[in-house]
Design a protein around this ligand. Structure first.
Ligand code: GLY
Ligand code: MN
Ligand code: MN
Length: 538
């Protein structure tokens, strides 16, 4: 059973820590609305239901239209065992006729970790009961005016206001984000399962690409003429086809939601970090490998060849509301092998990721991991000749590693953060990950350049139980390169050879353990394996 009691207790303890000392021993009540089933207009048909993450965290309940009423008080029995009341909707005849009804109270009691489960029509009297039992109680709600959370109807908050009790949205969300920042064993198991399903989906796409290269995907009699193609006859020749197979693979394994819209970007579109169209064909010849002129023309012409290009897929499904977030970059065309330029960039991104991962353990500041990536990129670009190297051993030279780092030019190629917290949401617990007031930022670190940290979504020392992504990338985006076109650190002739690689990102999800980390992402990313699978050799 989902460990709701432990999550309620952890959240109340974080909440009390945030309160002024004079408030900490008073009764605290949480009143929370769950998500309702959304409908698309003029279809009379439900859209996919997804429980609000905080509600799920405190209840494990996925019944649409439910409510929670939780009561805690330091120094009383409620401090170890908060009262946890869950309210679910009553079955209506129309539910039975059109859709699947909510569980009965008895059924919900068997599957949920709550002190008491009742119907929503008893919620007003239950709030009233808490007001009478605990006259000085403070009621905590999620930000009332935010569209990000389900609306708490005024008939419920009105009962609290009518009793002149204190109601506030100042503390609950920060407390929940702090509680959710580190994960327990059940949460890690759910994230691992989401990652396992998504890992297989990435491998499915790579293997179908490889079968296409080997010519192993044959069309049976009448395929595409008298009858539609069956899945075993599907080639991947455009972004949409890769996305469809990825999502189908997850769905076949029982995952309901993607944790975010998949990013499926071929060729130079891989330089758009959160590319969202997924609607283009791969680039087809005859044109030079990686040339900007590569078209997006239709693939039916048997005489044309796929141009050598990359396909970047950043996609991950959810399992029981817990996310995964995996990026793999694979070779298309060229017999399923990277071009020398794409391979060099791919291996440099792998090195950024490997060196980052080798440093992961509790106490290490995430800023330091970001800096490792920039330092590795600078060294790698100097090896490749994209950045000029210092000819003198004098480390004070203008083109020495430190000087290039201090200039910030590497941010034009690696503009985003190396990773973020992941859990119920893919960019999990933002207020706890990147606190407004943060004494730990940059403490004792050589910071490099401030631009490295602009889009860093985690700015904390790591703790055991945090789940984070490690997702370095290197991109050649015309928009990001425009401001560094006259940089003296860049050999612009060499850069030109690499620009049409577009972009490479490699992203895994890891959990921080007592003395290191565990990688929760199973699909491999080493170059020989990726090329072996994508070329059909493995
Ligand atoms: N999938 C979005 C990200 O990697 O942050
Ligand atoms: Mn990510
Ligand atoms: Mn991602």
């Amino acid at each position: 059973m989902y460990p709701a009691q432990a999550h309620v207790l952890k959240s109340f303890n974080k909440l009390v820590e945030l309160l002024p000392a004079t408030e900490q021993n008073k009764t605290q009540v949480i009143l929370l609305a769950g998500a309702v089933t959304p409908f698309r207009n003029d279809t009379d048909r439900e859209m996919l239901f997804r429980q609000e993450s905080n509600f799920y965290y405190l209840s494990g309940c996925q019944v649409p239209g439910s409510y929670l009423l939780l009561t805690f008080q330091n120094g009383t029995s409620l401090a170890n065992n908060p009262l946890r009341q869950l309210f679910i909707p009553k079955v209506e005849l129309a539910d039975l006729m059109w859709s699947v009804p909510p569980p009965t109270v008895e059924e919900a009691t068997a599957t949920h970790d709550a002190t008491r489960i009742a119907h929503v029509d008893t919620l007003v009297s239950a709030i009233d009961e808490q007001l009478r039992a605990y006259p000085g109680a403070t009621f905590h709600i999620l930000p009332a005016s935010s569209p990000l959370f389900p609306t708490l109807p005024s008939k419920y908050t009105g009962v609290v206001l009518a009793a002149n009790a204190h109601i506030t949205d100042d503390y609950l969300l920060p407390a929940l984000h702090r509680a959710r920042l580190t994960k327990d064993a059940d949460e890690i198991a759910a994230i691992k399962k989401a990652n396992a399903i998504s890992s297989r989906a990435h491998e499915v796409v790579m293997r179908v690409l490889g079968q296409g290269v080997r010519g192993a995907i044959k069309r049976g009699k009448g395929a595409g003429l008298e009858r539609p193609l069956l899945p075993g006859e599907w080639l991947i020749e455009k972004e949409a086809e890769a996305e469809a197979l990825f999502v189908a693979s997850c769905r076949r394994e029982g995952s309901i939601h993607q944790a975010y819209l998949p990013i499926v970007a071929a060729s130079t579109r891989a330089s758009t970090l959160h590319y969202c169209c997924n609607d283009r064909d791969f680039a087809w010849g005859p044109v030079a490998p990686h040339a900007h002129e590569n078209g997006n023309c239709l693939a039916q012409d048997e005489d044309r060849q796929l141009n050598p290009q990359v396909l970047l897929i950043d996609a991950g499904c959810e399992w029981n509301c817990y996310a995964s977030d995996i990026t793999r970059t694979m070779p298309i065309g060229n017999g399923g092998k990277f071009t020398p330029e794409a391979r060099a960039i791919y291996e440099l991104v792998l090195e950024m990721q490997r060196l980052s991962m080798e440093s992961l353990k509790p106490g290490v500041h995430w800023d330091a991991i970001q800096l490792i990536c920039h330092r590795t990129l600078v060294r790698g670009f100097q090896r490749l000749g994209i950045f000029k190297s210092s000819e003198s051993p004098n480390s004070g030279s203008w083109n020495a590693e430190e000087a290039i780092l201090a200039s910030g030019v590497s941010a034009a190629f690696f503009p985003h953060g190396v990773g973020h917290s992941l859990g119920l949401d893919v960019h999990d617990v933002p207020s706890a990950s990147k606190p407004q007031q943060n004494d730990t930022i940059g403490k004792g670190l050589e910071l490099g350049h401030e631009s490295f940290y602009t889009y860093l979504r985690l700015r904390l020392p790591l703790e055991e139980g945090m789940v984070v992504t490690v997702e370095p990338g290197i991109y050649f985006s015309p928009h990001l390169l425009a401001p560094v076109r006259d940089s003296r650190h860049i050999d612009h002739d060499v850069l030109q050879r690499y620009e049409s690689v577009g972009g490479v990102r490699i992203e895994d999800v890891v959990v921080i353990t007592k003395d290191g980390y565990e990688n929760l992402t199973a699909v491999r990313s080493d170059t020989n394996w990726v090329e072996g699978v994508c070329s059909g050799a493995l």
